[in-house]
Write a protein that binds this ligand. Structure first.
Ligand code: HEM
Length: 433
C-alpha cells in the first residue's frame, strides 16, 4: 500500500505526481480520500495548496455552481515555478484565453459562437465522413498484418484526422498538429516528447526542444500562433464551410473576436478534441482485451455499443482534473472552502465512486446506470461531447465485426501526466478481416 499510515505528505504529493497516474496507484489515494476525507486540504511540495474533491456528488455540485467556483484564476494544477513563469512572461495567469480559462459573461459569448455547430443536429451531417475516417483507420490496422501498437499506429491518428477534417485543415499538416497537441499536454512525459520529435523530424518550423520545459512550451505557443494566425487570416479573407471559418467569423458584442481569443479557440478545439478521444479509444480497447467476456457480449450485440462507449469514457477518464477558485465561503462536505481557495475536481475519482457506481472497478459494457462525469458539468461541460461519442462509436462499430481475435503483445503503458493522460503504448496481436 503506498499510503499505509495515511501520511499526508505522501498522499498530497501523490495527488499531483504524474507517476502515480502512470502506474494507477492514484486510485489508492482517491479511494481512501472518498472514504475518509472527500474534501481534503492538500499541500503538495512546490504547489500552492488546494482542496481535493474526490466524491462524484461534490464534483458535480461544484461544477454546476459557476458563480461560486470560477475558472479564471487557476485552470489546472501547476507547480508554483510554472505559474510564476507564466505571470512573468504574459503578465497574466494564462498563456491562452480559451473557454476553460474564462468565466461568464465572456465565456458564454465565446462559447455561443460554436455552440450550435457542436450540437447533434449539425454533427449528424458529418456522420458519413466520420464513418469513412473510422473505416480508413481500421483498414490501416488490418493492413499492418496482425500486429501493431494500437496507440501509436491507430488511436492517435484517428481523432486527429477527424478534427483536421472538421476544421478544414489539410491532411499534410497532421504531423505538425500531432506534435503541437501532444507536447502541450505531454511535456511531463519524456516518451511523449521524444515521440513527437521523431514524427516532426525535418519539418520546417518544428522545434528541437531545449530541454527546458518552460522555454519549449513558449516555443510551442508561438507555433500555435504562427499556424493558426495564417488559418484565421485565410478564413476571414475566403470563408468556407468549416469550423475554422465559424470561429474566424465569430463576433462578441457585434465585434470580430480578437486575435488571442481566435487562436485560443483553435488551440482548444484541436487539443481538447484529440488526445481525449484517442485515449478513450485505446483505453476502451484495452478494457475489452482484459475483459474477454465483455468483448464477446459487445460483438454479439452491437446495440450495446453506445452504452459501452459511455463505459469506456468512464473507465479511461482522459481528463483527470480541472480546477476552480472559490468566490465566497462555501461549505462542501462539512468543510468550509474559503473565498480565494483553489479546488481540484478529480474526475477519475468521481468515476470510481462506490456511492454512485456498482462495482466501480469493474468494466461492464452493459452497465445499467452510468452517470459518468468525465465531460464535467455546468457551463463548462465539454463542448465536444457529442462529437467524441460519435467518433468512438464509429470506430468500434467498424472494428468489432471485423475482429476475430485480439490479445496484448506486450505491456500497455500509461503516460506520466496528471492532467490529460492515457495510454502511450499498447502492443497488440490480432486476427481480423
Ligand atoms: C471541456 C472532457 C472531447 C472540446 C472539457 C472538460 C472536460 C472535457 C472534463 C471541462 C469540463 C468542465 O470544466 O466542467 C473531454 C473528454 C473527451 C472530450 C473526456 C473525449 C472523450 C472533446 C472533443 C472536443 C472537445 C472531441 C472538440 C473538438 C472541448 C471544449 C471544452 C471542453 C471546447 C471547453 C468548454 C468550456 O469551457 O465551455 N472537455 N472532452 N472535447 N472540451 Fe472536451
Amino acid at each position: 500500500m503506498p499510503f499505509p499510515g495515511f501520511n499526508s505528505d505522501t498522499l498530497d504529493n501523490s495527488l499531483v505526481n504524474p507517476a502515480a497516474y502512470a502506474d494507477e496507484s492514484i486510485h489508492d489515494a482517491y479511494t481512501r480520500l472518498r472514504r475518509e476525507d472527500p474534501v481534503h486540504w492538500t499541500e503538495p511540495t512546490g504547489f500552492r495548496p488546494f482542496w481535493s474533491i474526490t466524491r462524484h456528488a461534490d464534483i458535480v455540485a461544484i461544477s454546476k455552481a459557476n458563480d461560486r467556483f470560477i475558472n479564471r484564476e487557476r485552470t489546472y494544477i501547476s507547480p508554483i515555478e510554472a505559474e510564476e513563469w507564466v505571470k512573468q512572461t504574459t503578465g497574466d495567469s494564462h498563456l491562452f484565453r480559451t473557454l476553460v480559462d474564462l468565466d461568464d459573461p465572456i465565456h458564454m459569448k465565446l462559447r455561443r459562437i460554436t455552440h450550435t455547430w457542436f450540437m447533434p443536429q449539425n454533427l449528424k451531417k458529418l456522420e458519413p465522413q466520420i464513418a469513412a475516417i473510422a473505416k480508413a483507420h481500421v483498414d490501416r490496422m488490418a493492413a499492418l498484418g496482425g500486429q501493431c501498437d494500437f496507440v501509436n499506429e491507430v488511436a492517435l491518428w484517428y481523432p486527429l484526422r477527424v478534427i483536421m477534417m472538421i476544421l478544414g485543415l489539410p491532411a499534410a499538416d497532421e504531423n505538425r498538429m500531432l506534435q503541437m497537441t501532444q507536447e502541450i499536454f505531454g511535456p511531463q512525459d519524456p516518451d511523449v516528447v521524444a515521440r513527437s520529435r521523431i514524427i516532426t523530424q525535418g519539418l520546417s518550423g518544428a522545434t528541437e526542444g531545449t530541454g527546458n520545459p518552460q522555454v519549449d512550451i513558449f516555443a510551442l505557443v508561438q507555433q500555435f500562433f504562427q499556424y493558426f494566425g495564417e488559418v484565421l487570416a485565410d478564413r476571414r479573407a475566403s470563408p468556407r464551410d468549416d469550423l475554422a471559418t465559424v470561429i474566424a467569423q465569430g463576433t462578441v458584442d457585434g465585434e470580430p473576436i480578437g486575435l488571442l481569443e481566435a487562436i485560443s479557440y483553435y488551440a482548444i478545439a484541436v487539443t481538447a478534441g484529440h488526445d481525449t478521444t484517442s485515449s478513450t479509444a485505446s483505453g476502451g480497447l484495452l478494457a475489452l482485451i482484459q475483459n474477454p467476456a465483455e468483448l464477446a457480449k459487445l460483438k454479439a450485440d452491437p446495440s450495446l455499443i453506445p452504452g459501452a462507449v459511455e463505459e469506456m469514457i468512464r473507465w479511461a477518464t482522459p481528463v483527470k482534473h480541472f480546477m476552480r477558485t472559490c468566490t465566497e465561503d462555501t461549505v462542501v462536505g462539512g468543510k468550509t472552502i474559503r473565498k480565494g481557495d483553489g479546488v481540484a475536481l478529480f474526475y477519475w475519482s468521481g468515476n470510481r465512486d462506490e456511492a454512485v457506481f456498482e462495482e466501480p472497478f469493474r468494466f461492464r459494457v452493459d452497465r445499467p446506470n452510468n452517470p459518468q462525469t468525465a465531460f464535467g458539468n455546468g457551463v463548462h461541460q465539454c463542448l465536444g461531447l457529442h462529437l467524441a461519442r460519435m467518433e468512438i462509436r464509429a470506430l468500434f462499430a467498424e472494428l468489432l465485426p471485423r475482429l476475430d481475435e485480439i490479445e496484448l503483445a506486450g505491456e500497455p503503458k500509461l503516460s506520466v501526466a496528471n492532467f490529460v493522460s492515457g495510454l502511450k503504448a499498447m502492443p497488440i496481436r490480432y486476427r481480423m478481416r
